[in-house]
Design a protein around this ligand. Structure first.
Ligand code: 5AD
Length: 453
């Protein structure tokens, strides 16, 4: 009765939340299994950013409820953003749900499961569903203090929760609540512990990391709390690489640009959400910057680190986006020449300002615009990777590649790198001479002791 499978949808934040739930369940004596077939309990950690993500989870829950026929004690739970977004109406729609846990209540999952399982083992009627969605002060501090799993090379660290922006398209302020930051010391302690357990790369997570602690901690020497945090992590012994996601163009100031110049561990890769490359659309989206300001940030980063890599989020088919608006957006997207991008077709989210905006864009047109940007991205990412052929890149080895007997790792620019080598290299930084590239991956040979291998 104690085998739990957790399925995660959506962003890295969700992955980190799932890890935390898994770890708290292990501490309580549950075992975490790798497939739903082996599980007595399945928990879906959900995403609400687009309708498609919600539909996937609802479909999965509908399918899993059949498990109750063969095993009346099978437990099915939904956690995270979709739970928060739809609340108890989820139980109306999916009466077989036993557990609905919101984004500030992940730490309560072990108690809820204990209670459910205890009452199922009794002789009484099946217990009613548990729905736990309330806000909880300090809940940002409950996603913390994890130690790396044996052999873990890279880890996510949650530094804050919530979002105070009001982007017209976005459901996240509703699902994640107001911004709350974890104290710097706690984060540094967690990162130190991870380094001691062998982790080499840290990715700091927050909905808007550039807002980290701005109301709680002072600016010191012209440096924002987020940059202070980066500096502290730079000093953690054993950590070799630092990444973060996501910053907001509005909070991307010169101190952060200079951090890329000054902090050797901060990898020259930034995921900087654009959303639209047309000022009219940005205004309609309630995004408080212009494409000219965005361009300035890109230029100032390239000025301090010429090899900087750029990634973004962009939405096509926002209500009112005309053909001309899209052409402008696409031209800007092309001009930046992104190395990576997540291109989203606008999806109506109930309760957001954009829900009721006129001139919604037909699905076929969204598909067309999506394809235009995908083609541009393919060209720019391929050109960038091809430019690496013949150069030597530092790669952090993650372990065996999925296919064949190769190794896989990441360059500092977050390119996938595939090469021959011993599994013992896992967790090490190696030099790789690149000899071939596709849009998503570079291939190369290890450079050993300064001599081409
Ligand atoms: N439709 C499409 N994409 C969206 N995103 C957020 N809300 C929506 C929506 N309603 C995208 C944004 C955001 C990313 C996580 O998801 O680009 O940065």
């Amino acid at each position: 009765m104690n085998r739990v499978y957790i399925k995660t949808y959506g962003c890295q934040m969700n992955e980190r939340d799932s890890e935390q739930v898994a770890s708290s369940l292990r501490d309580r004596g549950y075992s975490i299994v790798d497939t739903e077939h082996d599980a007595d309990v399945v928990l879906l950690n959900t995403c609400s950013v687009r309708d498609q993500a919600e539909q996937k989870a609802i479909g999965k829950a509908g399918y899993l409820k059949k498990r109750k026929v063969e095993n009346p004690n099978f437990v099915l739970g939904v956690m995270g953003c979709m739970a928060q977004n739809h609340g108890s109406s989820l139980v109306d729609r999916l009466p077989d749900l036993d557990l609905v846990v919101g984004t500030q209540k992940f730490h309560r999952v072990p108690d809820h499961l204990d209670n459910l399982i205890q009452s199922m083992n009794g002789q009484g009627p099946r217990p009613s569903s548990i729905v736990d969605l309330a806000e909880e002060a300090g809940s940002q501090n409950t996603i913390r203090d994890h130690i790396g799993k044996a052999g873990q090379v890279s880890a996510f660290v949650s530094i804050m929760q919530g979002c105070n922006m009001n982007c017209a398209f976005c459901i996240v302020p509703k699902t994640r609540g107001r911004e709350r930051a974890r104290p710097i010391e706690e984060i540094v302690d967690e990162v130190t512990g991870l380094a001691e357990s062998g982790v080499k790369e840290i990715t700091l997570l927050g909905q808007i990391v550039t807002s980290y602690g701005r109301r709680d901690f002072p600016v010191v020497g012209g440096k924002s709390p987020f940059v202070q945090l980066l500096e502290r992590i730079q000093d953690v012994k054993g950590i070799e690489r630092i990444r973060f996601t996501s910053p907001h163009p509005r909070g991307f100031k010169q101190d952060l640009v200079e951090a890329y110049r000054d902090l050797s561990k901060l990898c020259e890769y930034v995921h900087l959400p654009l959303q639209a490359g047309c000022n009219k659309t940005l205004r309609a989206m309630n995004r408080p910057y212009t494409k000219e300001r965005y361009r300035e940030i890109v230029d100032s980063l390239r000025a301090v680190v010429p090899s900087m890599y750029f990634s973004t989020d962009i939405i096509v088919g926002f209500p009112g986006e005309t053909e001309a608006d899209f052409a402008e957006s696409a031209a800007f997207f092309d001009e930046i020449a992104y190395d990576m991008a997540y291109i989203f077709k606008y999806s109506i989210r109930t309760g957001t300002p954009a829900e009721t905006m006129p001139d919604q864009i037909p699905q076929e047109e969204k598909e067309r615009r999506n394809q235009v940007l995908l083609d541009m991205l393919h060209k720019s990412s391929l050109a960038r990777n091809e430019s690496l052929v013949g150069t030597t890149e530092q790669v952090l080895v993650e372990g065996p590649a999925k296919k064949g007997d190769k190794l896989v790792g990441k360059t500092r620019g977050y390119r996938n790198a595939i090469f021959d080598g011993s599994e013992r290299l896992k967790g090490q930084l190696v030099d790789l001479k690149i000899n071939r590239a596709t849009a998503s991956t570079v291939y190369g040979d290890l450079v050993l002791a300064g001599v081409d291998a």
